[in-house]
Design a protein around this ligand. Structure first.
Ligand code: B12
Ligand SMILES: *[C@@H]1O[C@H](CO)[C@@H](O)[C@H](O)[C@H]1NC(C)=O
Ligand SMILES: *[C@@H]1O[C@H](CO)[C@@H](O)[C@H](O)[C@H]1NC(C)=O
Ligand SMILES: *[C@@H]1O[C@H](CO)[C@@H](O)[C@H](O)[C@H]1NC(C)=O
Ligand SMILES: *[C@@H]1O[C@H](CO)[C@@H](O)[C@H](O)[C@H]1NC(C)=O
Length: 421
């Protein structure tokens, strides 16, 4: 696994920083973090990296040009098949790269990403209205509404209204990351809303979510959601002060939580970095662009540094692993105990279980930008159309990292439960 060796905490210590830093980070710290993220980017890249680079002020490095070129090529070839939120991130990434998303050109082809996004967003909204859930996720719909709103294309207002309705529905339990991402979309839509009734609804939704975020921060000493929710949560609070006024945000306390954590995944840094430089996604269209944009990809790109492998430990740990399906088809509930080297990631446990009892503990993963995602266990595959997935828990608590990152401890009980989102 790729590791970003230097952490925010370490950087701060090096720079002699203090915990009171907030909404004005030292430039050295930011550029070092940025370089750590850039060094860890693999091809093909995720648009969140390009967006983070632009917001954090790197629009000219070799890796920036390389990623930009890839994103354009991928867009002209595959945009129609992408999930809406992915197209939205492409739009945000391109706008912040000073590329017009309505005319993306690469490989002799051209595409209007904005109209692709409008169509996909309309489908998401229709799905929410008819079945109560989006085609993909509300996190994606938030990105959709934000991107369309920023480029001032039609369709964002109905998406924003649908989002606000979901956020305010007391019957829904929407995760912190998603509610925080919705805030930026709703703030943008609020700024452009003409109808008083729409304004009122958006205001209500944003002030509800942001006050909840602030309450949670106060209750938990700075933490909002889990440590990987902090990037989107801070971005939300940076964009919405008038919605929670006269209440004040103790941003130093929240930033201190981020500083104390050792973010190792480039995707996690990509969400945190814009917040640290006080350039949330909402500002993707506010970057300074030259009058003429002729971004030429740099051919002298050197590949990212080699993978740092985790040291093999001599000691082993025992992990109890259970797989459970009470949702569909033939139910099953199987347990196994396996030994793996101490310090192993959970994936090693799954592999050891499969090796020991291949008929029961077979599984499949798919590579994603957060690492490997478990898509099937014991022949039972997750399906986005049914909104099913394999959820991982330790005891009763859902894991806050995936199998490629999470390191179980000795005698831990891990459960993989087939459930819905
Ligand atoms: C929606 C979502 C999901 C959905 C994805 C459904 C879908 N088909 O779209 C579901 C419910 C399946 C899901 C599952 C999990 N998720 Co999730 N998820 C999110 C969320 C809220 C939004 C992602 C998104 O839509 N991005 C926009 C789209 C356009 O970008 P994308 O790159 O195409 O998104 C894909 C990936 O994000 C991927 N994905 C989503 N979650 C995870 C988690 C892991 C470990 C992996 C490898 C991939 C992955 O699915 C998305 C769609 O293909 C993020 C929040 C965040 N801050 O990013 C958390 C987040 C990415 N998930 C997280 C976690 C921990 C999980 C689980 C491990 C939870 C658990 N205890 O089981 C599981 C994965 C288990 C497994 N089987 O391997 C963490 C990852 C942290 C980390 N350091 O690794 C995040 C950051 C939330 C958090 N703050 O804890 N997730
Ligand atoms: C926001 O709305 C939810 C659900 O309707 C409610 O439980 C919560 O108390 C509200 N939060 C605030 C700060 O108003
Ligand atoms: C890069 O950023 C600088 C400073 O914000 C800006 O002046 C310049 O026009 C940008 N260049 C491109 C190609 O986006
Ligand atoms: C931008 O570049 C094009 C050629 O690529 C040129 O024709 C045009 O005059 C330029 N416009 C400005 C404002 O510099
Ligand atoms: C497992 O998932 C099922 C189906 O969603 C759910 O009813 C059950 O409560 C879950 N069990 C645990 C321990 O999370």
């Amino acid at each position: 696994m790729l590791r970003v060796a230097v952490t925010v905490g370490v950087l701060l210590a090096l720079l002699g920083g203090t915990a009171t830093l907030c909404c004005g980070e030292p430039q050295d710290l930011i550029s070092m973090l940025l370089r750590e993220m850039e060094a860890a980017i693999e091809m093909p890249p995720h648009p969140a990296f390009l967006l983070a680079m632009n917001l954090a002020g790197d629009n000219k490095s070799d890796i920036h040009n390389k990623v930009l070129q890839y994103i354009k090529e991928e867009a002209v070839e595959k945009a129609q098949d992408m999930a809406s939120g992915r197209v939205a991130l492409d739009v945000l990434a391109l706008v912040s790269s000073c590329v017009d998303p309505r005319h993306v050109e690469a490989k002799g082809k051209s595409i209007d990403l904005v109209s692709v996004l409008q169509k996909k967003t309309d489908e998401e909204v229709a799905s929410i209205l008819t079945s109560g859930v989006p085609k993909t996720t509300l996190f994606s719909v938030s990105l959709d509404a934000l991107a369309l709103c920023l480029v001032q294309a039609g369709g964002y207002e109905s998406a924003a209204v649908a989002l606000a309705g979901q956020v305010l529905d007391p019957k829904k339990t929407i995760d912190v990351d998603t509610r925080a991402m919705a805030v930026q979309a709703l703030v943008c839509a609020y700024g452009h809303a003409d109808l008083q009734s729409v304004q009122d609804l958006l205001w209500k939704a944003v002030s509800n979510v942001t006050n909840d975020l602030l309450d949670e921060q106060e209750r938990r000493g700075g933490l909002i959601g889990n440590i990987y929710s902090m990037g989107v949560a801070l971005q939300a609070l940076e964009t919405s002060s008038k919605f929670y006024a006269p209440r004040q945000w103790n941003c130093a306390q929240a930033f201190a939580v981020v500083h104390r954590h050792d973010y190792q995944q480039p995707m996690a840094i990509a969400q945190v970095l814009p917040a640290l430089v006080d350039k949330p996604y909402l500002q993707a269209a506010s970057v300074e662009c030259p009058a003429n944009t002729t971004a030429s990809p740099d051919q002298g790109f050197s590949p990212p540094p080699s993978l740092e492998t985790t040291k093999e430990h001599e000691a082993t740990i025992e992990v109890h692993y259970r797989i459970l399906n009470t949702l569909i088809g033939n139910h099953f509930n199987n347990c196994i105990s396996v030994e793996v080297p101490a310090g192993s990631v959970l994936l090693k446990v799954l592999e050891a279980a499969e090796k020991k009892e291949p008929d029961t503990f077979s599984f499949k993963t798919e590579e994603t930008f957060w690492g490997p995602m478990v898509v099937s266990i014991h022949g039972l595959a997750a399906n986005p159309r049914d909104r099913t997935y394999w959820e991982f828990l330790s005891g009763k608590d859902a894991l806050k990292e995936g199998v490629g990152t999470y390191k179980p401890h000795n005698m831990e009980h891990i459960l993989a439960n087939f459930t819905t989102y």
